[in-house]
Design a protein around this ligand. Structure first.
Ligand code: ATP
Ligand code: MG
Length: 418
C-alpha cells in the first residue's frame, strides 16, 4: 500500500434493524456496490466493522473519487458515504492522513475528532487518540474552532485490525434497502414524469424492478420507447431497473377505440395494460404491479376508475405516488435525473385515440359489458408472444449471492430468473 490510499466507507443504518437478516442484507449491499462500481477506479470492496469499505485504485484522482461517491449516495440501502484514507498505524502517518481528510471537508468552521480502536493491541486508547490527533489538527487549522456538540465536521480516526482509517467528508445517501432484498415487481413505465419516480421508490425499498412499456407503435412513432430506454439507463446506474418489456400496443387500441363507448376507452386500455403486466409478472415471478398514478391527477385517476382498473387483475397493485402532489413528484424526478427526459413530448399509447370526455366514475358492470365484445384472451396470447425485451445491468438479476471465507462476495448463480 502506498502511504495513503483513498477509501469510502458506506454506512447503512436501516439494515441494522433487521436482526438475523442482517448478514444477508450486508452481503447484498456489498455485492450491489461492487457490481455498480465495475467501471469505477476501485480496487476492492469489502466489509469492515458494520460498514462497506470501498478502496480506490492508487492512481484514482480526487474528481474520480467524488464522482464515485456521488453514485454511491444514490444506491438503495446506502445511508451515508464518508471519504478519507487508509494508512498504517504509525501516528505520524495518521496525523497527516487526518489533516488531508479534514481539508477535503471544506467548507466548515467547527470540527472535532472522533477516535475508535477496535483492537486493544494498538497501545493508544481512543481518548488519547482524540487528544493527539486533535492537537495536531489544531495547530494546522488555527482559523477553525473545535466544537464538541454538533460540529460541522467530525474527523473519524478508526484503528481496525492492522490499519487505520481516517475520514471527515461525509454525504447522506438515499437510504432504503439494497435492491434484491424484497422480491420482484412489475412497473408500468410510461415515458412520463410519474412512473419512473414510482419505480424508483420501489427500488429504494429493495424491490427488483421490471418495467413494461406500452408503445403506440405501429400507430405512432417509437419516440416514447427511446425515452423509456433513456430513463432506464438513468435508473440502471443505481441498480434501479432490471429489464423493460416493450409492447407494441397501437393496433389493439385502435380496435378498442372502434368498438367500445368513447367514454370507456381509457379505462379499457388501462385494464388491458394491467392484465398484460400481470401475465408478465407471473412469468418472471414478480408479486406486485406498480403504477405512477396519483389520486385525482387526471380524469382516469379517480377512486372509481382505480377500482375498475384493480378489478381487471388478481394481483396487488402498488401506487407509491397516490398521495403525492405533482410538485413533489417533479422535485423527485429532478433529483433522480429523469425529469428532463420525461419532459420531452412523445406520443405513446395513452395519447392515441383519446375520447373527448372520458368517464370519471366507471362502473365495473358497464366496463365488463363493453369488454365482452373484445377478444381479450386472444389478444393477450398474441401480445405475450410479441414482447420485446431490453435488459439492463441490475445486480439483483443474479439469483443468489454467496460469500467466500474472506468475506468476498461472488454471484454464484448468474442466471436471470425467467
Ligand atoms: P406518467 O407521468 O407516469 O406518464 P401520467 O400522469 O401521464 O403518468 P397517466 O398517463 O394517466 O398519468 O398514466 C398513469 C400510469 O399508468 C402511469 O404512471 C404508468 O404507471 C401507467 N402508464 C400510462 N401510460 C403508460 C404506457 N404507455 N406504458 C406503460 N405504463 C403506462
Ligand atoms: Mg403518462
Amino acid at each position: 500500500m502506498s502511504q495513503f490510499q483513498r477509501i469510502s466507507l458506506v454506512h447503512y443504518h436501516e439494515l441494522g434493524l433487521k436482526g438475523h437478516n442482517r448478514t444477508a442484507f450486508e452481503k447484498r449491499l456489498m455485492y450491489n456496490v461492487r457490481t455498480l462500481l465495475e467501471d469505477a477506479p476501485v480496487e476492492k470492496v469489502t466489509r469492515i466493522s458494520g460498514r462497506v469499505l470501498v478502496m480506490y485504485a492508487p492512481d484514482a484522482d480526487a474528481d474520480e473519487v467524488f464522482e464515485t461517491v456521488d453514485l454511491l449516495t444514490r444506491v438503495p440501502g446506502v445511508a451515508r458515504v464518508s471519504c478519507g484514507f487508509v494508512c498504517d498505524r504509525e501516528l505520524d502517518t495518521m496525523y497527516r492522513a487526518a489533516d488531508l481528510a479534514l481539508r477535503e471537508a471544506e467548507p466548515f468552521s467547527t470540527w472535532k475528532v472522533v477516535a475508535r480502536r477496535s483492537h486493544t493491541d494498538f497501545p493508544i486508547d481512543s481518548m488519547e487518540m482524540n487528544q493527539l490527533v486533535g492537537a495536531y489538527l489544531c495547530e494546522r487549522h488555527p482559523d477553525k474552532k473545535v466544537l464538541m456538540k454538533h460540529p460541522d465536521v467530525e474527523v473519524h480516526v478508526e484503528v481496525v485490525q492492522g490499519h487505520s482509517y481516517l475520514y471527515a467528508h461525509s454525504v447522506p445517501g438515499v437510504g432504503g434497502l439494497p435492491v434484491g432484498t424484497a422480491g420482484k415487481v412489475v412497473c408500468l413505465l410510461s415515458s412520463g414524469i410519474d412512473s419512473p419516480v414510482a419505480m424508483w421508490r420501489m427500488a429504494r425499498r429493495g424491490a427488483t424492478c421490471i418495467g413494461v412499456h406500452f408503445s403506440g407503435r405501429p400507430q405512432t412513432a417509437s419516440t416514447s420507447e427511446y425515452l423509456v430506454d433513456d430513463i432506464a439507463h438513468v435508473l440502471e446506474r443505481f441498480g434501479g431497473i432490471a429489464r423493460v418489456y416493450v409492447v407494441p400496443f397501437g393496433n389493439y387500441q385502435r380496435e378498442i377505440a372502434g368498438s367500445v363507448p368513447p367514454a370507456l376507452r381509457i379505462i379499457i386500455y388501462r385494464r388491458l395494460m394491467m392484465r398484460i403486466a400481470e401475465r408478465i409478472a407471473r412469468k418472471v415471478g414478480a408479486k406486485a404491479l406498480v403504477t405512477g398514478e396519483s389520486l385525482g391527477q387526471v380524469a382516469s385517476q379517480t377512486l372509481d376508475n382505480l377500482a375498475a382498473t384493480n378489478a381487471s387483475v388478481d394481483m396487488q397493485i402498488f401506487r407509491p405516488l397516490i398521495g403525492s402532489d405533482k410538485v413533489e413528484i417533479i422535485a423527485d424526478a429532478q433529483k433522480l435525473g429523469t425529469f428532463d427526459i420525461s419532459s420531452t413530448p412523445a406520443a405513446d399509447c395513452c395519447t392515441l385515440f383519446m375520447p373527448r370526455s372520458p368517464e370519471t366514475h366507471a362502473k365495473i358492470p358497464e366496463v365488463e359489458a363493453a369488454e365482452a365484445t373484445l377478444p381479450i384472451e386472444r389478444w393477450m396470447d398474441e401480445i405475450m408472444d410479441s414482447l420485446e425485451l431490453h435488459e439492463y445491468r441490475c445486480p439483483s438479476s443474479y439469483k443468489s449471492v454467496k460469500c467466500d471465507e474472506k468475506g468476498d462476495v461472488r454471484a454464484d448463480d448468474a442466471a436471470v430468473a425467467q
